[in-house]
Design a protein around this ligand. Structure first.
Ligand code: GDP
Ligand code: IMO
Ligand code: MG
Length: 423
């Protein structure tokens, strides 16, 4: 048995939550391997819309075991809120959700540090979600973080205090107020008590035992490949390994156990937060895309920056992830356009045209070079098979397959579970 991986190929918010929920019935286990409450994964079914931040998107399918792996950073306050939010769905979270004892805990001062670092950067700020992600991963790599298993230890409070004291020293260097801390700590310790009642396990054994029992596992990525800490537009990235390799380290799975890699991309591009975005549109077209796609962050509500599809970036993501199947999301958002543009190359100030994301690319003013395709310019409502797609949409799909050399196996035409066309 192999583990399939599903991940975003752009700057996040590609529609991962929706697709995991659609695919979940084919699996016994859905597992998150990195990121934390910076993620916002939206699921829509039966007229209900739900946004998940830390809990895997298989949670609404009662037969699925959802695992939060060691590579994730978790905020107990968010976990308590998320589980409370699931109460009306009558989900047996003690049975259907397990959490790795080796996952890292976000403590309140990590969120203060996130804010302090961002403020200190001025107009060079990353545009972080301010959920404490960067500072928590920093402590993990710096070998001073608290892990989920630590909350069960009798000296948890001492370990906590030692870490907070270190953070206070840094915060005072940044002149950052500690006023909010005591109230945040009160909430945190209440949430930690609740957290102790969850199913905390050595999830790497669970996952590897599942292989021997022939169980099917789907790993659910958060963020997107262009936000990966190594390969994204550094420093405008998140602090985890968002690519396929992250599923190995974030769950304790050997690379030889990776099966299909489903690469999810929007039929155009969006980005929240700062950083380079060559195809970004600042005109009415961009505005129309944002409105039609309802492009506002699921975690922070910020308007998402919008632009045309970027093929060099997509090819790069496919390369570093070993994508075997592509899933194109939000095709319906392009219904409104008579023409659709696709960036095939970047033009450097020297006039040279390139189609690779070199180290220097984010430093120079790379202008997108576009190909223009005819839009379908009609509604996709009531379309239930690929055959019924307008010819221009079929043409868009085959143009992209040809450029990307990977089959597009799924086209999403709306936010609902049912608005999904498989090929
Ligand atoms: P994720 O972070 O990758 O899970 O994506 P988000 O949930 O943050 O953002 C995707 C948004 O697009 C959500 O509001 C989804 O409900 C919505 N969505 C997903 N697929 C489609 C689609 O095919 N068409 C439209 N119009 N919306 C979609
Ligand atoms: P999902 O899983 C889109 C962006 C932030 C910021 C940068 C760093 O829903 O696709 P961080 O809080 O990690 O320090 O922020 O990364 N970012 C996301 N953008 N979708 C996400 O997650 C994101 N998670 C982080 O906006 O630019
Ligand atoms: Mg999202």
């Amino acid at each position: 048995m192999k583990m399939d991986v599903l991940l975003g190929l752009q700057w996040g918010d590609e529609g991962k939550g929706k697709v995991v929920d659609v695919l979940a019935p084919q699996y016994e286990i859905v597992a998150r391997f990195q990121g934390g409450p910076n993620a916002g994964h939206t699921l829509e079914f039966d007229g209900i819309k739900h946004v998940l931040h830390q809990i895997p998107s298989g949670i609404f399918r009662s037969q699925i075991l959802n695992i939060i792996g060691n590579g994730v950073v978790l905020d107990p306050i968010v976990m308590k809120r998320e589980i409370d939010g699931l109460a009306k769905f009558k989900i047996d979270y003690k049975k259907n959700l397990v959490i790795s004892k080796k996952a890292t805990i976000i403590i309140p001062s990590h969120k203060l540090l996130d804010a302090a670092y961002e403020q200190s950067k001025g107009d060079k700020k990353i545009g972080s979600t301010l959920k404490g992600i960067g500072p928590t991963y920093q402590d993990k790599i710096g070998r001073s973080a608290l892990r989920v298993g630590d909350i069960l230890s009798p000296d948890f409070k001492e370990k906590y205090s030692a870490l907070v004291e270190k953070h206070k020293t840094i915060l005072s260097f940044y002149n950052h107020s500690l006023e909010a801390l005591s109230e945040m700590e009160e909430q945190f310790f209440a949430a930690v008590e609740f957290f102790k009642t969850l199913n905390l396990v050595d999830s790497e054994y669970l996952v590897n035992d599942a292989f021997s029992e022939n169980k099917r596992i789907l790993a659910e990525g958060a963020q997107g490949s262009l936000l990966d800490v190594d390969f994204g537009s550094y420093p405008f990235v998140t602090s985890s390994t968002t690519m396929t390799a992250g599923a190995c380290t974030g769950l304790g799975v050997s690379p030889s156990k990776i099966g299909e890699v489903f690469g999810i991309f929007k039929a155009y591009c969006t980005r929240v937060g700062s950083g380079p975005f060559p195809t970004e549109l600042f005109d009415q077209t961009g505005e129309d895309m944002r409105k039609e796609g309802n492009e506002f962050g699921s975690t922070t509500g910020r308007p998402r920056r919008c632009g045309w599809l970027d093929l060099p970036a997509l090819k790069y993501s496919i390369m570093i992830n070993g994508v075997t199947q592509l899933y194109m999301m939000k095709a319906d958002v392009l219904n409104i356009f008579e023409e659709i543009k696709v960036c095939t190359h970047y033009e450097l100030p020297s006039g040279e045209k390139i189609d690779r994301l070199s180290f220097e690319i984010s430093e120079v003013d790379a202008k997108p070079v576009y190909s223009t395709l005819k839009g379908w310019n009609c509604s996709l409502a009531n379309i239930d098979s690929y055959e019924k797609f307008p010819s221009e949409l079929k043409n868009y799909v085959s143009y992209l397959e040809n450029e990307l050399n990977v089959p597009i196996k799924l086209v999403s035409v709306g936010p609902d579970r049912n608005q999904t066309i498989l090929r």
